[in-house]
Design a protein around this ligand. Structure first.
Ligand SMILES: C[S@@+](CC[C@H](N)C(=O)[O-])C[C@H]1O[C@@H](n2cnc3c(N)ncnc32)[C@H](O)[C@@H]1O
Length: 274
């Protein structure tokens, strides 16, 4: 007899609202990751710069991992995210580091609240795009195109769902961080059977178990990810007016996820997200 499968309708925004204060704990050392990821992106952006700082929009900034790193490298950064708690934290983290970054709460399917446009680069890093349904992905690609200058660049990285959809892993093995008295264990459970969204995907359980003077305490956060395949994203970008869409694999970039690099056609006539 088959076990009961409970399909979950999970609110992505609730996940990030709850996670905002804990998000940095997913990394062994968040500050090192901020610097490392900015370096990876900057290597790809250097050919665009001619020595000048770039105007960059980070449209899925979360708590600021990439926007802070890019601002530290001297770029002019505007950052937005759907999650208000994450944006508030990102603003605090940027101020704490003496950085000037303009933040907005904005859904990347419209980017309505981002009043600037003509950016040299838009980024959406660390698997933000697989939170979107196919329809939302098309809207986001158009909104991103509408914020770029002619010939501007879009950079995003996503998990390797082309491989993961076949492997269907059930856990991400625990990572042990910290020193005695201040340790933590971070692990994930991926429940493929509970996914209730469009196409294939999984419910994501993130567990952050933290040691303190009072003992160990486990925090549990639940979200959902759709398996966004590389071809679907390439097609959405082409439909939105990107003419040169390339996939760069981790061995080439140093990123831990495949990265899409796409240039908006100089002749793109898109004026807005819809
Ligand atoms: C895995 S997190 C990555 C955050 C950040 N880039 C980082 O690496 O720390 C994905 C982010 O995408 C954001 N997100 C999801 N759907 C969104 C949407 N429709 N518009 C804007 N942001 C969205 C979430 O709120 C979350 O902050």
């Amino acid at each position: 007899m088959q076990g009961l499968v409970i399909r979950m309708n999970v609110q992505v925004n609730k996940f990030y609202e709850e996670l905002a204060d804990y998000y940095h704990l997913i990394f062994e050392d968040w500050d090192s990751s901020i610097k490392r990821q900015a370096g990876v992106m900057n290597n790809l952006l250097i050919p665009e710069t001619s020595g000048k700082p770039l105007r960059i929009l980070d449209c899925a900034c979360g708590i600021g991992t990439q926007s802070i790193g890019l601002a530290m490298l001297g770029h002019q950064v505007v950052a937005s995210d759907l999650c208000e708690a994450a944006v508030l934290r990102a603003r605090t983290e940027a101020q704490r580091r003496g950085l000037t970054v303009t933040f907005h709460v904005s859904d990347m399917t419209s980017l309505r609240e981002v009043t600037d446009s003509g950016f040299d680069v838009v980024v959406a890093m660390d698997n933000a795009l697989p939170h979107l349904s196919p329809g939302q992905l098309g809207q986001a690609a158009k909104a991103i195109a509408s914020k770029l200058r002619s010939g501007g660049l879009f950079l995003a990285n996503i998990r390797d769902y082309d491989a993961l959809i076949l492997e269907r892993p059930r856990v991400q093995a625990p990572a042990f961080y910290g020193a005695p008295g201040n340790r933590r264990i971070v692990h994930q459970v991926w429940d493929w059977d509970a996914y209730a969204g469009e196409g294939s995907g999984h419910v994501l359980h993130v567990y952050i178990t933290v040691e303190s003077e009072e003992g160990w305490k486990s925090h549990h956060f639940v979200s959902t990810y759709r398996c966004l395949l590389r071809q679907e994203l390439s097609e959405a970008l082409s439909a939105a007016g990107f003419e040169d869409v390339r996939w760069l694999m981790p061995a080439e970039t140093g990123s831990y996820q495949p990265m899409v690099w796409a240039r908006l056609s100089p002749s793109s006539t898109l004026l807005g997200p819809n």
